[in-house]
Design a protein around this ligand. Structure first.
Ligand code: TNX
Length: 536
């Protein structure tokens, strides 16, 4: 209540200052706009349209709650994105005497209606937009919605100045799942810091909050480990197809983490083991457990490598790797891979996962592994990522573990769209844009809802080697996964989604995203992102 009162007083004062300075202007008559038809992706929980508009223009200013951690940065982020979308400069918490007629107020609220840290409410009126949330994280999710409903082009006939009418009404929003992720395999092909940042920025627009980086595999080791320099010197020098690989220095990795953190996105590092470790074992042959001499590998086979699970020195090595990476990873998770260890004996695999889980915990992180890890004696606090085996997912549930839903048949971004796809594999399925969207993670495989942490769409990179190819496989399907993880089952509908997806084209074009123009979607060419209902 107190905060609400403070907010009203602030808005009142801002408007009063303006009102005292000049003659009141006549109210602008907006063409009716319908918020419920606006182009929001993922679909918010509740939308109530009031069929008027907020007139975004050069007399608009952004204010944020004083002293609320992170809120001013969220305001600055919004101002920057508005500038790049419509070339309009909006001041943030400015105390200058420039006339202000309309305000966007980003308000820290302790309302009990805001159920989770990411929940937010948007109240869009003719002269004010109020965004309420408990945390800067929630405010950040809310400004993505706001960005989406600002039209690309202005209406130049309503007043002397250009006006971008934002449809009025109320939005109450809250995520369906707390974990909404994508994975990027930077091991089979390396992707630069710049590429990863572009992907992060795009994901955050769709409220995705996790990027899992697959940092090591048979074909390459991609992160500097200061105590074991040959991992990148030797193991980082190759990739699929024979091109020079690459790796992130720890400074590069920190840059990625910080960029993601500005967007309230968690980076999850994965070091895949005991299988998928050829690059590591070539760099330090004592790690090798398959008995054969090894050489650098640039093919696409899986399942031929393993660490020696019996040597203590192998665990000291892993301790160093987990420690160094954990020290520069603020997020709570460390992914140990654990998939397709076909040349590791089952009892050795179990022993290995049990020991590595303890190492991860010792360094303060929660272990995630691909679904196979559930055959070991893992802790209920560890997390299983279901990609292939329903049986393993069931084992994880028996152990009380949480599950990340990434079933390959539905959620793999590296699966081809159809037989004509330019990139991708199809060992699990062809996944056209509708198949990617029309399934129900809440009931898939009868996993109890309380065990589902969320959804992640992995992008393996055997068949893609640059950002354009990455975008071809990821877009538009990742937008569907964002909606599957953010929006409730009741709010998801293919026919409705299809239209909103078609309307993403202007944004994707502006961002220079080389999305796959699926024939199932009637891609929008015009730049209007809101619907005008003609008044009679
Ligand atoms: C299976 S999914 C793998 C990866 C491959 C992918 C290709 C998983 C845990 N392992 O090693 O890159 O298929 O689709």
């Amino acid at each position: 209540m107190k905060k609400g009162y403070q907010l009203l007083t602030t808005i009142f004062l801002i408007l009063l200052v303006f009102a005292c300075k000049e003659e009141p202007k006549p109210r602008i008559k907006f063409p009716t706009t319908d918020l419920s038809k606006a182009n929001m992706m993922p679909k918010p929980l509740k939308i109530v349209a009031t069929n008027n508009a907020f007139g975004l223009d050069r007399y608009t200013a952004i204010y944020t709650t004083k002293g609320a951690a992170g809120f001013e940065s969220v305001g600055n982020f919004l101002a920057k994105k508005i500038k790049s979308k419509i070339d309009l400069d909006i001041p943030v918490n400015s105390e200058s005497q420039e006339p202000v007629e309309r305000v966007i107020y980003i308000n820290q609220s302790d309302s009990l209606d805001l159920e989770t840290p990411e929940a937010y409410q948007l109240y869009i009126n003719q002269d004010s937009i109020i965004l309420n949330s408990n945390t800067a994280e929630g405010a950040f999710r809310g400004i993505q919605t706001l960005r989406q409903i600002i039209p690309e082009i202005s209406n130049d006939t309503l007043a002397e100045q250009k006006i971008w009418p934002v449809p009025s009404g109320k939005i109450i929003d809250n995520p369906n799942f707390e974990y909404r992720g994508s994975m990027l395999d930077v091991a089979r092909h390396f992707f630069s810091v710049k590429d990863v940042k572009k992907y992060i920025d795009l994901l955050s627009y769709y409220k995705i909050n996790v990027l899992h980086l697959h940092l090591s595999d048979d074909q390459g080791w991609r992160i500097e480990i200061k105590s074991w320099p040959k991992l990148t010197e030797v193991g980082g020098s190759t990739e699929v197809g024979g091109e020079a690989g690459g790796f992130y220095t720890q400074e590069d990795y920190k840059e990625i983490v910080a960029y993601a953190a500005e967007r309230y996105m968690t980076i999850i590092p994965e070091i895949d083991m005991p299988g998928h470790t050829n690059a590591a074992s070539v760099s330090y042959p004592f790690l090798n457990g398959n008995g054969k001499p090894l050489k650098l590998y640039e093919g696409m086979r899986v399942g031929f490598s393993t660490f020696d699970t019996k040597k203590d020195t192998v665990y000291s090595f892993i301790d160093d790797v987990v420690r160094e990476i954990s020290e520069i990873t603020p997020g709570p998770y460390f992914h140990i891979g654990g998939d397709e260890s076909h040349v590791t004996k089952k009892k050795d695999y179990i022993y290995f996962v049990n020991r590595v889980e303890k190492i991860v915990q010792k360094h303060g992180k929660r272990m995630i592994g691909w679904d196979e890890v559930a055959i070991a004696n893992v802790d209920s606090t560890s997390i299983s990522q279901w990609w292939a085996s329903e049986e393993n997912a069931k084992k994880a549930i028996k152990k009380g573990m949480k599950i990340i839903m990434s079933p390959a048949k539905k959620a793999y971004l590296d699966m081809e769209y159809d037989t004509l796809s330019k990139h991708g594999l199809h060992w699990a399925a062809y996944i056209p844009v509708d198949t990617a969207y029309v399934w129900t993670p809440e009931t898939f495989g009868n996993i109890p809802r309380k065990n589902i942490l969320g959804i992640e769409a992995p992008l393996w990179s055997e068949t893609i080697s640059n950002i354009d190819e990455l975008e071809y496989l990821a877009f538009p399907r990742i937008i569907g996964y964002s909606e599957l993880s953010w929006s409730t089952k009741e709010n998801r509908d293919w026919e409705d989604y299809k239209i909103r997806l078609a309307n993403q084209a202007p944004f994707l074009d502006r961002m220079d995203v080389k999305y796959y123009p699926s024939k199932l979607i009637d891609w929008k060419k015009s730049k209007h992102t809101y619907e005008i209902i003609e008044k009679d």
